[in-house]
Design a protein around this ligand. Structure first.
Ligand code: ZN
Length: 64
């Protein structure tokens, strides 16, 4: 069985210290909360869908 090493990429939005993204697989809205600005202001981070447990690279390009 082939292992998929490349995580799919999704776009998220910043709101407060929360990154929100919609899972493209099950369309569940997920949010990731950050306490550290350093992680929050990165342009990409790992995200996991709470519903289907898929892993994604969540991008938030643009304004910081
Ligand atoms: Zn999902």
């Amino acid at each position: 069985m082939m292992k998929n090493l490349v995580k799919p990429t999704v776009f998220g939005t910043r709101s407060g210290y929360i990154i929100r993204f919609t899972c493209p697989n099950c369309l569940k809205e997920n949010s990731i909360m950050y306490n550290m600005p350093k992680a929050y202001y990165k342009e990409s981070r790992d995200g996991t869908c709470r519903q289907c447990k898929n892993h994604y690279t969540v991008l938030t390009p643009g304004k910081n």
